[in-house]
Design a protein around this ligand. Structure first.
Ligand code: ADP
Ligand code: ASP
Ligand code: MG
Length: 597
């Protein structure tokens, strides 16, 4: 059993003793117990502030040396607490139990973990206490895994040790439909699937580190998120078949408040340009979201994307350099935006989710600056000052504040299989060591082609609340199912476009409805036959190189990309219909996979 205690749950002596008692209880039940702890209270924030007082841009290696001390304090105190209560315990740093990572300081990924020392302590009857969030690279430099990374340490240990479950103790009693600190009406979710949690976490739900969910999904580890202060059952994060999804189209909503938008103007519209840009950004290990490319006019196009606010300065430097290389125009940005997203497996079968979201935002007077979607999520970019209003409006529109009855049954988690398509699927996690692949390496499980797509584009979309709602209401009324949705930001000339894809047979109906809604048929373009190429796997967005490899392979084959959308489990691009099959073969080769369709 792995139990992880977050910062607030080990903030003072009493809380540490309470956590110690919990671990002891599990130990008395005959379990072998590993406790993973975070730095106490706001220690990590304080250390960062201290470093910045001394050096505006502290070197990343020294930052890791500094931040790792927070967790080291906690493990020692926890081991003392458990021993004071009469049970043998031993503390370890990440390096001591051989959590080996790559060398990307402050955002390192785990390569492998040697279980010997930990297993020996457990076999000795001790409770093992491990410092979360940290590891060591092959040159013995201390590394950290990124903010919130103790969750990832805990789930990784549960994975390699074959634990029955991983318990995450925190200051809320589970995963809520959205952050209860922003929306007090939020409700606890009883069970949620890995994919939904992965999306929510990566779109801003700070309750779990998204990479911990990648681990859980890859290795089939059930996670329970629960309160450190109370005994109420928490939220189970489990495989899709155990999540017992019934009915609702939206499971949760998330807000990423500190986002920044970057736009490259006047990009030449030829294969390889998008790739050249994002390759540069991926090389800097910056995670990009909401990539939107306008339909080209006069051989020029515009690409916008979002990054987290903290990455903006570096992103601008890299982007400006790339823009010069590819002969693009100016780079503009907006540092005061926020991203609001809704997530749910139910979207795969329910229609009208987009309309519901845009309606709610329109009614709340919130202007939508950008839109992107994937199979299980819709994200919009809004002005930061409207972020909370937008989140609340959307939360209410999908009735997330109402109790759902479907999850109330008793649930006994089972450790699942490693996910299909993963290099681990055929072996157990234990035999993974010594292999060349890292535990957090990207897992790509399939490439697909959908030849039934058509694209409808609305030109001259005005920058005003309620517009998207009007268009989607009209399209829903004629019963057309919308797949991809993308809208770019308003450009200097005031021209914004909204593109959607629909099944080919529905294209003209959707276009007529949209034209009727906006009252101007000249502003609607239809491309009746297009192909959608998809690459799916785990950790598709956080591994910065995936989209790049995809764009690169297509560029090399001279295939132009018309639309892009990304999620944690899939990257989709729209291309010309007659290049679809060739694109499929190209991607199959690039990712070393058999191609289905
Ligand atoms: P810990 O220090 O235990 O890791 P965190 O602060 O990282 O705790 O995570 C818990 C916090 O996450 C909660 O206090 C809550 O404000 C925030 N949060 C954001 N989104 C959600 C959500 N969907 N459900 C629950 N908590 C959330
Ligand atoms: N202490 C680290 C942080 O504050 C890791 C964690 O709490 O998960 O980000
Ligand atoms: Mg946390």
């Amino acid at each position: 059993m792995v139990q992880k205690f977050g910062g607030t749950s080990v903030a003072d002596a009493n809380k540490i003793l309470a956590a110690a008692r919990r671990a002891i209880r599990a130990h008395r039940e005959g379990k072998q117990v590993i406790v993973v702890v975070s730095a106490r209270g706001h220690t990590t924030d304080e250390l960062i502030a201290l470093a910045k007082e001394i050096n505006e841009q502290p070197p990343a290696r020294e930052m890791d040396m500094l931040l790792s001390t927070g967790e080291q304090v906690s493990v020692a105190l926890m081991a003392m607490a458990i021993q004071a209560l009469g049970v043998p315990a031993i503390s370890f740093t990440g390096a001591q139990i051989g959590i080996v990572t790559d060398s990307y300081h402050t955002k390192a990924r785990i390569r492998n973990i040697s279980t010997d020392r930990l297993q020996a302590a457990l076999d000795d009857g001790k409770i093992a206490i491990v410092a979360g969030f940290q590891g060591v690279d092959e040159h013995y430099n201390i590394t950290t895994l990124g903010r919130g990374g103790s969750d990832t340490t805990a789930v990784a240990l549960a994975a390699v040790l074959g634990a029955d479950a991983c318990e995450i103790y925190t200051d809320v009693d589970g995963v809520y439909t959205t952050d209860p600190r922003i929306v007090p009406e939020a409700r606890k979710i009883d069970r949620i699937s890995y994919d939904e949690m992965l999306e929510l976490a990566s779109l801003g739900a700070g309750v779990m580190h998204s990479r911990s969910i990648e681990f859980a999904k890859k290795f089939g580890v059930p996670i329970q998120v629960r309160s450190a202060m109370a005994d109420a059952p928490g939220t189970w994060i489990v495989a899709e078949q155990d999540a017992r999804f019934i009915g609702a189209s939206v499971t949760g909503a998330a807000l990423a408040r500190d986002e920044a938008r970057v736009t490259v103007l006047e990009m030449p519209d030829r294969p390889g340009v998008v790739h050249a840009l994002f390759r540069r950004i991926a090389e800097a290990n910056i995670v990009v979201d909401m990539i939107v490319q306008n339909v080209a006019t006069d051989g020029r196009t515009e690409v916008s994307f979002t990054v987290s606010g903290g990455d903006l300065a570096e992103t601008l430097i890299v982007t400006e350099r790339a823009a010069k290389e590819i002969g693009a125009g100016k780079v503009t940005y907006d540092s005061k935006v926020a991203k609001v997203s809704v997530v749910g497996l139910g979207m795969r079968v329910h229609t009208g989710v987009a309309q519901g979201m845009f309606d709610a935002l329109g009614e709340a007077g919130v202007n939508i600056q950008m839109i992107t979607t994937s199979e299980i999520k819709i994200s919009v970019l809004v002005e930061r000052s409207q972020a909370s209003v937008a989140l609340r409006a959307v939360h209410r529109a999908f009735e997330l504040d109402r109790t759902r009855e479907d999850h109330r049954l008793e649930f006994v988690p089972r450790r699942g299989q490693a996910s299909e398509g993963s290099p681990l699927a055929s072996s157990d996690a234990g035999s993974f060591f010594g292999s060349l692949t890292g535990m957090e390496d990207l897992v790509v499980s399939g490439v697909d082609l959908d030849e039934q797509q058509a694209r409808v584009t609305l030109l001259n979309v005005p920058d005003e609340p309620g517009y998207a709602a009007k268009v989607f209401r009209a399209i829903a009324e004629v019963g057309v199912n919308v797949d991809m949705i993308v809208q770019n930001v308003r450009s200097a000339s005031g021209d914004t476009r909204l593109s959607i894809t629909v099944p080919r047979g529905d294209a003209s109906r959707a276009a007529r409805a949209a034209a009727g809604a906006v009252g101007d048929p000249d502003h609607v373009l239809v491309e009746p036959t297009m192909a959608k190429l998809s690459v799916s796997g785990i950790g598709m967005r956080t591994h910065t190189g995936v989209a790049t490899r995809m764009f690169g392979a297509l560029a090399e084959a001279g295939i132009n990309i018309a639309l892009i959308n990304t999620s944690e489990v899939r990257v989709n691009v729209l291309t010309d219909f007659d290049r679809g099959r060739e694109g499929l073969a190209t991607l199959g080769k690039a990712f070393d996979l058999p191609t289905g369709s």
